[in-house]
Design a protein around this ligand. Structure first.
Ligand SMILES: CC(=O)SCCNC(=O)CCNC(=O)[C@H](O)C(C)(C)COP(=O)(O)OP(=O)(O)OC[C@H]1O[C@@H](n2cnc3c(N)ncnc32)[C@H](O)[C@@H]1OP(=O)(O)O
Ligand SMILES: CC(C)C(=O)C(=O)O
Length: 569
């Protein structure tokens, strides 16, 4: 049960004394060095750790994305990891510009086994860690500070010696004071200084100092303060690559990584989509795409992000959340009416100015840049408005509803959405549109028509054959245009119809092209819409009028189904 006063059980984090902090004024103008730890930190947190087949697929994908540093395992802890490292080296599967990284505890027998695993590697990073925070020193290791430092420096000496014995490998050394964020800052600097003094890095041959938020215990600004403080106080900063390794216990791993880079970190360790211990490691995809949306290329390629997500889901046997930034199945989709309306307007502007800076409302990124399509951008349910319905009809069926008609038709769709309680597909929307407007061919239907004109006269004469229930009638009308002539002809037949509004456009191209006409007419003092589609624009407009008439009769004569043309006179 939650405590009424949690302060008797939980301590707030200790803030860093750094009144002149500089990081808030920084901007990230180039990507950090990325290191994927999917195959180690991610893997150790899986219900079913990866087998060799899944490891191979993961590694190949990471290389394709563009990672140059990949932590492939903990070979002294697991036979599969050991065998996989051997497979990579023995079969020469690591590209020349990629370093494989492996983790080991600071214990001699594990370090020896690590070097066995790495024998013959072209480029390798040996990553050693020991926990440095006060709780671990007391509870887990039962050591004081000097003893804790000795664990780290003894390991460093041994690693340095083994590296020297294998000059055929291009070695990099990495040290992590595990639990850095809950370690006293001055002690973190002290232990790293001691490790660096043992290893003797230089600006030309730096070592990596990885400062993990093993458990995320504070707000991200505090992590940034810790990183800036560390960078200012550590010795020989120019011989160190400062790396961060945020976890996501408070849900702010991405923010922590970004602020840490602003605070001076050169490198970020994380995983694709944030798999990892507990709530996960920081998500490198989000970090990379956040950079991209600021106009900075992350140097990782997520141009086709969906297959990457599916591959990660396969390898980790864990789903990626449908709302995961930049990739989740629903993140490029708007269901709600006002969002759809704004997106539709933004997309229309975009089509007119395809080279302008990206500015489509509610979409922080162009879905096409990550291989997603505009098709899924708008989906319709009972929360949607006219904008979404109109967008889908336009994008997928080439039907550009006039504004007032789109308001009317959205009520039809809303009714279907509320009745079914489900998402309405674009096919269902089209069907509802056809049922409501296009298939209204009874009791009146246009059979054919003929137009003629007299020389030197703007007037046209129309002869139209229509079906009026069970009989065929031939109507005649003369006016300044075909539609007006048709209205005249209908009037002479006793059907008094007035055109209020008219729109038309073509749909499709070349031989396949069709015309769509939309009319709003007044019949019997009631306004009603009709829509007609035909190869000829004149026939489309006449069908639209017939459709409006049939809709009017269906709506206003339910009590008198035998209504005839006489009722409209
Ligand atoms: C934050 C992280 O993600 S760190 C990485 C965690 N990953 C893993 O642990 C991977 C899987 N690990 C394993 O398979 C095992 O823990 C092994 C093979 C590494 C070690 O196994 P064991 O020797 O049986 O030790 P065990 O797993 O019980 O670990 C506890 C021992 O390691 C010691 N230890 C833990 N971390 C370190 C370290 N970094 N350096 C030195 N000693 C360490 C502890 O003090 C403890 O020693 P003790 O038994 O003398 O008290
Ligand atoms: C070994 C270290 C870097 C680690 O995984 C962590 O602290 O989370």
């Amino acid at each position: 049960m939650m405590l009424p006063d949690p302060s008797i059980k939980y301590r707030p984090f200790v803030a860093v004394d750094l009144p002149d902090r500089q990081w808030p004024n920084q901007r990230i103008t180039h990507p950090p060095v990325w290191c994927s730890v999917d195959m180690r930190d991610g893997n150790q947190a899986l219900i079913d750790p990866m087998d060799l087949e899944r490891k191979r697929r993961f590694f190949e994908m990471l290389v394709k994305i563009g990672f140059k540093e990949i932590e492939v395992g903990f070979p002294s802890a697991s036979q599969i990891d050991f065998d996989y490292v051997r497979e990579l080296i023995d079969n020469d599967l690591v590209p020349d510009d990629v370093s494989i990284q492996v983790l080991t505890q600071a214990r001699p027998h594990l370090i020896e086994r690590t070097f066995e695993a790495l024998k013959g590697a072209r480029k390798a990073i040996v990553h050693v860690y020991n926990a440095t925070d006060p709780v671990f020193r007391r509870v887990v290791f039962n050591v004081d500070k000097p003893q804790c430092i000795k664990i780290a420096t003894d390991a460093t000496e041994l690693i340095k010696q083994r590296m020297a014995e294998h000059p055929e490998t291009d070695w990099t050394f990495q040290y992590s004071p595990e639990l850095f964020t809950s370690t006293e800052l001055d002690f973190a600097v002290e232990i790293v200084d001691a490790v660096a003094a043992s290893y003797e890095p230089t600006p030309d041959k730096p070592m990596i100092v990885n400062l993990p938020a093993t458990v995320e215990i504070a707000t991200p600004n505090n992590y940034a303060d810790q990183i800036e403080w560390f960078c200012r106080h550590v010795a020989n900063r120019d011989s160190l690559v400062v790396s961060v390794h945020p976890h996501n216990d408070r849900g702010t791993g991405v923010a922590a990584a970004e602020l840490a880079v602003m605070a001076g970190a050169d490198r970020v360790e994380g995983t694709l989509f944030g798999n990892g211990e507990r709530t996960g490691n920081v998500d490198i995809v989000t970090l990379a795409m956040n950079l991209y949306t600021q106009g900075v290329h992350p140097q990782l390629d997520f141009s086709n992000i969906t297959p990457i997500m599916r591959e990660v889901e396969h390898c980790n046997q864990l789903p990626v959340h449908p709302r995961h930034p930049y990739v989740g199945d629903l993140v490029f989709t708007a269901f709600s009416g006002s969002h759809q309306d704004a997106i539709k307007k933004g997309m229309t502007e975009r089509r007119q100015h395809p080279d302008a800076m990206w500015a489509v409302p509610y979409l922080p990124i162009d879905p096409l840049d990550v291989g997603r399509s505009y098709e899924a951008v708008i989906r319709v349910n009972s929360q949607s408005g006219k904008g979404g319905v109109a967008y889908l009809l336009e994008e997928e069926h080439g039907i550009e509803l006039p504004r007032r008609l789109s308001i009317e038709f959205s009520q039809v769709v809303q009714e279907v959405a509320e009745r079914t309680g489900k998402e309405i597909t674009s096919q269902m929307i089209y069907q509802a549109f056809a049922d409501e407007y296009l298939d209204r061919t009874s009791p009146y239907a246009l059979v054919n028509h003929r137009l003629s004109s007299e020389p030197d006269s703007p007037r046209v004469h129309l002869e139209a054959v229509i079906e009026d229930r069970d009989s065929r009638e031939t109507l005649h009308g003369t006016a300044n245009g075909p539609l007006a002539a048709f209205i005249k002809a209908l009037g002479a037949h006793g059907l008094n119809i007035e055109i209020i509004d008219y729109h038309e456009h073509s749909r499709g191209q070349g031989a396949e092209a069709e015309a769509i006409a939309y009319v709003e007419v007044r019949i019997d003092d009631k306004a009603v819409f009709g829509v007609g589609i035909d190869e000829s624009i004149t026939s489309a407009s006449m069908k639209a009028v017939m459709g409006a008439l049939n809709r009017h009769l269906a709506t206003h004569t339910e009590a008198a189904p035998n209504v005839t043309a006489d009722t409209l006179k």
